[in-house]
Design a protein around this ligand. Sequence first.
Ligand SMILES: [Zn+2]
Length: 804
Amino acid sequence: MENDSKNIIDRLRQKIVNCRLSIVNCVVVVLVIAFLVWFSLPKYPFDAPYSLVVTDSSGNLLGAKIADDGQWRFPQGDSVPYKFRECIINYEDKRFWHHPGVDLLAIFRAAWLDIKNGHIVSGGSTITMQTVRLSRREDRTFFEKMIEAFQAVRLEVRYSKDEILQMYAAHAPFGGNTVGLETAAQRYFGRPAHTLSWSESAMLAVLPNNPSLIHLSRNRDALQAKRNALLNSLLESKIIDDETCFLAKQEPLPTSPKPYPQAAQHLVARIAERKSNYGKPVRTTIDFRLQNRTREILARHARTLRTDGIYNGAVMIMEVNTGNVVAYVGNTDAIEGRDDGNDVDIIPAYRSTGSILKPFLYCAMLSEGELLPNTLVPDIPMQISGYMPKNYRLTYDGAVPANKALARSLNVPAVKMLQQYSGEKFIHILKKLKINSVDKSADYYGLSLILGGCEASLWELCGAYASMTRSLRNYLTHNNMYSPDDYHLPNFYYYNNDNHSKSADLDAHSFMTAGAIYYTLKALTMVERPEDESSHDSFGSDRVVSWKTGTSFGFRDAWAIGVTGNYVVGVWTGNADGEGRPNIVGIKASAPILFDVIKLLPRSHQDLQMPYDDLVSVTVCKKSGHVATENCPQTEEMLVPLAGVNTRSCPYCQTIHLDPSEQYRVTADCESPENIVHRKWFVLPPAMEYYYKQHNSDYRVLPPMRPDCNRNADSDLPIQIIYPESNAKIFLPKGFGGERQRIVIEATSRIAGNRLFWHIDDRYIAVTQDIHNISAELPAGRHLLTIIDQNGNSVSRRFEVIDK
Ligand SMILES: [Zn+2]
């Protein structure tokens, strides 16, 4: 008996000890669990990879790329749209705003329903618990459900209800590999979620718990029934009224999923290269409407261009004042069954520049006082170290005002100008314009640099045209100061204004002065526009457009870039693989696209304004465009860039002395001074004169010296050889039959009707009158050309024919 009671006491004691141990155990376990729960929840519970989502400046989707795990999962938005929020709360978790993450009432109700029905009909999970579940993606066990409940409470502590709803909306499944509300809104309705109707929002709200319903063909009726039940429930809760409910139920379900937009696929691909762009929507500066209309214009022209064997093209539009790109069409659309390199984004690609750099040279020379706007530039055959630049139309004008040479894109004057300015200095200017692709030495490019001997991208070129225009505009608003910040490349990321980095100090000087930029843009308004085939009107003739075309060697690249109002438009056409075609010419292939795109743009009152404070009035020679001398017959006052006062004065005009009939020139040796008539005369050197007088009927040739008067030797010789130049090395290619091409030699005489006798290597070749050119077949080696006229005047010149 005693033993029994002793045993009982021992057992009891043992139980108490066990019990104490298990309380300690329990507390430890609870603490460990609490600790684990607390720290097992990362700051942000989701670590899923997201799709790349690119929008325009107003949030319209331009394009998207699938996430790394093969899901379409758009990044989380800033808010959940009101209609979807009401729908999802009504459908999933009516007491969402009031529970602490776990809804005991709902759990009891669910348990009661489950018991009553004998199987699980309701989960009793809150939106918060479902959010946790979406982030954990674990099997649904009882233990897991406990953790979800714990973490749901934890989530409620750390985040606001709105934030939890955003997380849920962004990660909920909407059928197939469509994850998140924004993704689903685009996928099923092709619109952002905030634009969805009650009916559309309700349809999406029933999906996360029944994602398979989205098989739009198979489960159509079931999905519609669920949607309508939810709409009825919204009506009961007085969230919508009768009429809204009735109309919403009439809306049909979407018929099929929509492809994600591909409005700017090359830009999206460019943005996709930066991995940091995934995770939140990338808002670009693109204007969705302009982007699409620009694509349509390019597509329309592409159909015509294809008939000429031109398969690629690119267009970009940017704003001058911000540098923001508003349209970015990197290539033409692919045609089914063909691979024409349409994936290549042409906009950043380096292509041969043709003439598109010429305005920068003109502007730099005006800025530095190497030219006045209308200064005559020689336009005659020339040869520089074996290189013979030709004008596009293969004719010469003798001499052309620099602004017209630019507007007409004449090659010889451009080369002469670069020769005067220096290639090295010009490359330096291009760097300041952020055309960084021209990165080799001046020797490497030679003088062909100005004719397309280098490469640049549409991106850089549009940026440079915009920078110059911006600098002129800001000069006028910055109280005659320049900002070095005005020169930058275009940008397509959307920045808030307060994000801008510290701006550089304003400067009273710039490498391109306001006056020079003004005259450059003004010269470019004179470029002859293409004819509109339908109306035979000049394209956009009612707008001020400063623009320039370019065509590369071998007809591989056709450029057209225009500045109008607050916009720069750039167009390139050609073949991505570099194949040349005869119609790959700036004015034919690209200019019509340029002017069609310009028609899309709002008109501006910001057209070219004269920067008076950067201009100075100078008396210039009307004939030569140089600063006038006392010998210039006609002069005019002109506003020129400040540096222009230092330019060379007119080298052409002279005061000549005539006999009383004014038919002959005389000197004091052969005419009495009181009979001599003094006249101011514009005289070009013979080679320039030869071509100039053919295009300028008012040009008056210098009257001949009266026969009885002494003649000054050389400068007055009535014959001059135009081509070849002295000591020229000439390569004459051989034809298919092995015969060498003939050389064409040109000379000119001041005396009308003069007969010239031609000799090569002291052998008589021909005689000419009026038109003085001959062609001859010559072997390789050195040759001597001698021309003697009927009066015995003679000129000679050595040159060499070389084998390559
Ligand atoms: Zn003059």
